[in-house]
Design a protein around this ligand. Structure first.
Ligand SMILES: *[C@@H]1O[C@H](CO)[C@@H](O)[C@H](O)[C@H]1NC(C)=O
Ligand SMILES: *[C@@H]1O[C@H](CO)[C@@H](O)[C@H](O)[C@H]1NC(C)=O
Ligand SMILES: *[C@@H]1O[C@H](CO)[C@@H](O)[C@H](O)[C@H]1NC(C)=O
Ligand SMILES: *[C@@H]1O[C@H](CO)[C@@H](O)[C@H](O)[C@H]1NC(C)=O
Ligand SMILES: *[C@@H]1O[C@H](CO)[C@@H](O)[C@H](O)[C@H]1NC(C)=O
Ligand SMILES: *[C@@H]1O[C@H](CO)[C@@H](O)[C@H](O)[C@H]1NC(C)=O
Length: 698
């Protein structure tokens, strides 16, 4: 049956009314009446949008509307229970209990809180207040204050959750202020986020980036009978989904993770009527762990998350530990929930996604926002700017300094180089340097920071040693910063690209029975489920051997050094070999092996030179990592760089082998990923080895 659309297109958001042909399988007269009523509703909505905002405070709920959408919140809880938009009475899952629709939550631990992964707290306020009510803005606050009588029962935080609706805005903002006061007990925070659960009857198409969007299965498809849990419960094989098109696919929320730096807009589209629900992140300053930290986005539910802090792809090192009496306050957000509907009828999916991206650009341009009224959210004039330029100095690559083209430069709490990837209590401010290495970061909150940088294509992390103090309105020029990446001599050989990921190595096809169609013929092949199992299929008895000058790392280095299953519940480690030839060896000289890891999960990496039987390895990392990147289809977790000195006496003129043993093996998800491996010769006496080394530089 074809559908006929009656569109009364008007207004900033392109409000659209739909009537299906079946509506008119009635008397023409009745049809006319229905259409007339719809038109009247529409005009009423249009009038509201020009007459400003409305707030209705009732006994147990608060309703705020601006003529474009209407939002209902529980009072004093501050849970979003209703979102009326574009003729749909509620975009949120009406099948869920009201408190389980749109909310903030956190997971915390403290002595005596015994749940294995900590206590889950779906935050509900105990006090409601109207902060702003003007014709341009309504801002509501839902607070939950802590006092010592709540010790051991509630997380020791004062929490203030805000909702803001602006006039003529097709959505709403939410942010929160968390505060831990002096004299308050210690606790750990492992996760905090906002959650929106949409109607499964309507929202079937999910989009998280241009290349990562698809029709999604239903939550029902994951249940027993329709779905079969795979190696862990989050991964489900759809054996009998409601829609047969999904049969045989794997669903897992971790297939849809994204790095903070790329997490700008994601959400869901309903096609009947065509409506988009989008979570827009205008800034990452309040997110934990810096630009490469990966978090969940949207997933089957249909659910849309804004994760401010989690330990995913990082592990326990990212748990935020608060000491007793440690004062702390942080503003999380605002994030924007944007709703859109069709302007024309062509290609609704593309149109709604493109419009959402455009709105995202608008939000990013408007940062820092000027409307949040909490004094803890700082406006533009209360913030400062840092400018400068970054160059790279590596005499073995170029006699001249190299422009830090595309360098990620950021400010974060003072610490060691690279410490930002574990930094969660404060704010971080990042930008990308231009092709000449110049950068400018504005909107920085006052405070003391280090300037950090990561240069694509170079190992290691940069930190400018002098701390930078930001004051309101300041413009600090840090001048020309020079990064001298770790380097002791010329490159003899290198494997991979220093990009903090293992993406350039060999990534196998998934088991044909465990495919997610989105990632077939996709740039992100590594996101398929179960790739860890394929190593043992490719290398059933002997482990990987890589010969420099013969093999190609794109084809011959498996993307992860994982365990091999040997029995029902037994696994073994592996030793990879790198074989290479040296024409001459300075026995008194020191050679350097640089090993950059893209992730590690409960692993120990041992390095032996030319003697696998050596009882003591030349180098061991010790047990490292809890990133869980392998099980979660990531291509990196935390970055780790090791530099191993190799005495010339251990090297041979002729063939040499470096043995890379990964020990500790009791589960399929243990392993490491290499980012990059390089062997450097001894420093040349005049440090002008470029071209003078018989090894050259590729
Ligand atoms: C409403 O917003 C749209 C774009 O979002 C803008 O074009 C329009 O001028 C605004 N109208 C009013 C009355 O502010
Ligand atoms: C916080 O976590 C760390 C590491 O997991 C643990 O050692 C510590 O006891 C925890 N502290 C609290 C207050 O739970
Ligand atoms: C992947 O690409 C191959 C070759 O280009 C094509 O035959 C196949 O249909 C594609 N598969 C999907 C799921 O797009
Ligand atoms: C694995 O378990 C099955 C069933 O218990 C058993 O038949 C099989 O021999 C076991 N295989 C190994 C390698 O232990
Ligand atoms: C290496 O060191 C030893 C002991 O210090 C010395 O006797 C020898 O001459 C050195 N060899 C070279 C080639 O420098
Ligand atoms: C050195 O390695 C090469 C390539 O792996 C091999 O062909 C050659 O036989 C080896 N030479 C010796 C002396 O082992």
């Amino acid at each position: 049956m074809s559908t006929f659309h009656i569109r009364l297109g008007w207004g900033p958001t392109g409000n659209v009314f739909w009537a299906s042909e079946s509506t008119c399988h009635c008397l023409a007269k009745l049809c006319t009446i229905i259409l007339f009523i719809q038109a009247m509703n529409f005009l009423a909505a249009a009038q509201n949008s020009t007459s400003g905002l409305q707030l209705h405070i009732r006994d147990k709920e608060v309703v705020v509307e601006n003529g474009i959408l209407q939002m209902t919140l529980s009072k004093p809880g501050g849970v979003v229970t209703g979102l009326q938009y574009n003729g749909v009475d509620n975009l949120l899952e009406v099948l869920n209990e009201a408190p389980n629709r749109g909310y903030w939550d956190l997971v915390w631990t403290a002595p005596g809180i015994t749940r294995k992964k900590g206590a889950f707290d779906r935050i509900e306020g105990t006090n409601f207040s109207v902060i702003v009510e003007t014709e341009d803005q309504i801002e509501l606050s839902f607070t939950r204050m802590w006092d010592p009588s709540l010790e051991g029962k509630l997380v020791p935080l004062n929490i203030d959750i805000r909702f803001v609706m602006l006039r003529n805005s097709s959505g709403f903002y939410t942010y929160a202020i968390y505060e831990h006061l002096k004299e308050w007990p210690a606790f750990n925070l492992t996760n905090t986020r906002t959650v929106f659960k949409l109607r499964k009857e309507k929202f079937h198409y999910m989009a998280i980036s241009d290349k990562r969007q698809r029709y999604m299965p239903l939550p029902d498809d994951r249940l027993q009978g329709r779905g079969q849990a795979l190696a862990y419960p989050e991964a489900v094989l759809l054996v009998n989904p409601v829609e047969p098109q999904f049969k045989g696919e794997v669903d897992d929320k971790y297939l849809y993770s994204i790095e903070n730096k790329d997490n700008r807009v994601h959400g869901w589209i309903s096609t009947e009527p065509p409506v988009g629900f989008w979570q827009i992140t205008p800034s990452h300053e309040f997110k934990s762990g810096g630009p490469f930290k990966q978090c969940l986005t949207s997933h089957v539910g249909p659910t849309t998350l804004a994760i401010f802090h989690s330990t995913h792809y990082s592990g326990a090192e990212l748990i935020i530990e608060f000491k007793p009496s440690e004062p702390w306050k942080k503003v999380l957000g605002p994030i924007f929930i944007y709703l859109n509907s069709l302007v024309t009828e062509d290609d609704p999916l593309q149109q709604l996604w493109e419009d959402a991206k455009q709105q995202m650009e608008t939000e990013v341009q408007s940062w820092p926002y000027d409307f949040p009224s909490s004094e803890d959210f700082l406006s533009s004039d209360q913030r400062g700017t840092v400018t400068g330029r970054l160059l790279v100095r590596d005499g073995y690559i170029s006699t001249e300094d190299i422009f830090g083209n595309g360098t990620l430069v950021g400010l974060a709490a003072p610490g060691d180089a690279g410490s930002w990837q574990l930094e969660c209590k404060g704010y971080q401010f990042w930008t990308k340097a231009n092709e000449k290495g110049f950068f400018s970061i504005s909107g920085i909150r006052p405070g003391i920071y280090n300037v950090y940088a990561w240069v694509p294509g170079f190992v290691g992390d940069y930190r400018h040693d002098a701390e930078v103090t930001i004051t309101p309105g300041c413009n600090v020029d840090v001048g020309t910063l020079v990064y001298e990446p770790p380097r002791s001599g010329p490159t003899f050989w290198e494997i991979g690209i220093p990009d903090r990921t293992a993406a350039e190595f060999y990534i196998p096809d998934p088991n044909p029975n465990h495919i997610n169609k989105l990632y077939v013929n996709h740039t992100d092949r590594f996101r398929q489920y179960g790739l860890w199992e394929r190593y043992a299929e490719l290398y059933p008895y002997n482990d990987l051997v890589y010969t420099v000058g013969v093999n190609d790392y794109r084809k011959d280095i498996y993307f992860a050094q994982v365990t091999r299953k040997t029995g029902n519940n037994t696994y073994q480690g592996s030793t990879w070999q790198i074989r290479f030839t040296l024409d001459t060896v300075g026995k008194n000289n020191t050679y350097t092996l640089r090993i950059a890891l893209a992730t590690a999960h409960v692993s120990e990496l041992q390095v032996r030179i030319n003697d696998l039987e050596a009882s003591n390895p030349l180098f061991s990392t010790g047990q490292i990592g809890n990133d869980n990147t392998i099980a979660r289809h990531g291509i990196h977790g935390l970055y780790r760089l090791y530099s191993v000195d190799i005495p010339g006496a251990q090297l041979l003129e002729g063939n040499n082998t470096i043995f890379l043993t990964r020990a500790l093996s009791i589960s399929p998800f243990q392993g490491i990923m290499y980012d990059y491996i390089r062997l450097e010769g001894p420093a040349s006496s005049n440090n002008e080895s470029l071209g003078s080394s018989s090894w050259g530089y590729k």
